[in-house]
Design a protein around this ligand. Structure first.
Ligand code: NAD
Ligand code: MG
Length: 386
């Protein structure tokens, strides 16, 4: 029986992964489930899936969890160390890394270093340390199967083609809720408007990232590390219908694309079942109906985060780590009502200007730089709020 560890199981990706497991033809044994603070949902999941271990964020959360699962047989681990221990849990074949933010890096690295297959939703781990993650995978032989829909599409289009045969990757972007708006229009948009994504229902952070196009910027960096493409070979095109999930243009001029309804259960199932495709009951495209698919260039002036991501990628992984850290702080501040929507790219740019030239090769140095970037972002936000 294939075995799974699902990190971030109470989140949008994690809970959809459990839907996939529930409906799958394959009988998966779920050994690890994790949540940060939502112990209620985690306890409900544990009742259904009987994991060997769960991880929660704090000792308080662990106590609350135990109170809800007095007769539970699973071990309860805590915090970042708990996540790392669970990432090395014996007998796990596939680790789904679906924690949000740089918090997913250590567990991802641990699983990769141990040669586990990693179904990767946590794009931030590649943005912070794509060099270290891919080095660890090369050393251990770990396979990284992307869950992010664009990268899952590219992975399927590549199907083992060599880098030499590829001219460019074309990442599609929905454009988010503010497609067609100007930067002035966006000065006063609220959290509710930013959270109202036209095609996808996702966690709060990635939903805001989709509205700023930072998500597409993070995905450009993710594609660079996953597929070994130079920044100039990665293109972004706005495709508001979110049906073409991304494309690969080959050296002979042929383009392959992967299509489907915007539903994350498809790429999640693909990553868990890979290399096999199993039947699914998820909604499908009805190709007998009339569909219009449109494509247009992204508006880099209104959405500066995309250009910042390309610029940071040209500098290197320490710069992309700085950008990611600033963005995590800025998005949290926007969600709290402490900065405006346009404040997000402003904070990101200022922090990148200040710290984007720093060097940090080793993991601990990289994480220290991540911490400095967070402090700098908080200082800027504090000033903006006064
Ligand atoms: P989410 O906020 O819905 O869920 C995040 C999960 O991580 C929850 O289980 C939460 O408890 C846990 N978590 C939060 N902070 C943590 C911390 N500091 N330490 C440990 N665990 C923590 O997020 P999501 O939308 O499911 O996104 C998860 C990841 O997948 C992100 O990296 C996101 O970019 C990526 N992704 C999501 C989607 C989507 O459709 N939601 C699509 C593509 C990629
Ligand atoms: Mg995506």
């Amino acid at each position: 029986m294939p075995t799974l560890a699902i990190f971030g199981s109470t989140g949008s990706i994690g809970s959809q992964a459990l839907e996939v497991v529930r409906a799958s033809e394959v009988h998966y044994d779920v050994k690890v489930l994790t949540a940060w603070s939502n112990v209620e949902a985690l306890a409900t999941q544990a009742r259904e899936f009987h994991p060997e271990v769960v991880v929660v964020g704090t000792l308080d959360a662990a106590e609350c969890y135990r109170n809800r699962r007095r007769d539970g047989q699973e071990r309860v681990l805590v915090g970042e160390e708990g996540l790392e221990e669970a990432a090395a849990w014996p007998g796990v074949d596939t680790v789904l890394s679906a924690v949000v933010g740089a918090a997913g890096l250590r567990l991802t690295l641990r699983a990769v270093a141990l040669g586990r297959r990693v179904a990767l939703a946590n794009k931030e781990s590649l943005v912070v340390a794509g060099d270290l993650v891919t080095e660890a995978a090369a050393a251990s032989g770990a396979e990284i199967i992307p869950v992010d829909s664009e990268h899952a599409a590219i992975f399927q289009c590549l199907a083992g083609a060599s880098t030499r045969e590829v001219d460019r990757l074309v990442l599609t972007a929905s454009g988010g809720p503010f497609l067609g708006r100007s930067r002035e229009d966006l000065a006063y948009v609220g959290v509710d408007e930013a959270m109202d994504h036209p095609n996808w229902t996702m966690g709060a952070k990635i939903t805001v990232d989709s509205a700023t196009l930072m998500n597409k910027g993070l995905e450009v960096i993710e594609a660079h590390w996953l597929f070994g493409m130079k920044p100039g070979q990665i293109h972004v095109v706005v495709h508001p219908q979110s049906i073409v999930h991304s494309m690969v243009e080959f050296v002979d001029g042929s383009t392959l694309a992967q299509l489907g309804p915007p539903d994350m259960r498809l790429p999640i199932q693909y990553a868990l079942d890979y290399p096999v495709r199993n039947r699914s009951a998820w909604p499908r495209m009805d190709w007998t109906e009339r569909h219009a698919l449109s494509f247009q260039p992204p508006d880099m002036q209104t959405f500066p985060c995309l250009g910042l991501a390309f610029a940071a990628l040209e500098v290197g992984p320490a710069a992309t780590a700085v950008l990611n850290a600033a963005n995590e702080v800025a998005v949290a501040a926007f969600l709290d009502g402490r900065i405006s929507f346009n404040g997000i790219p402003d904070v990101n740019e200022a922090v990148l200007d200040r710290l984007g030239g720093e060097e940090a090769h080793a993991l601990e140095d990289r994480l220290q730089l991540d911490g400095e970037a967070r402090i700098r972002a908080k200082e800027l936000i504090g000033k903006a709020g006064n």
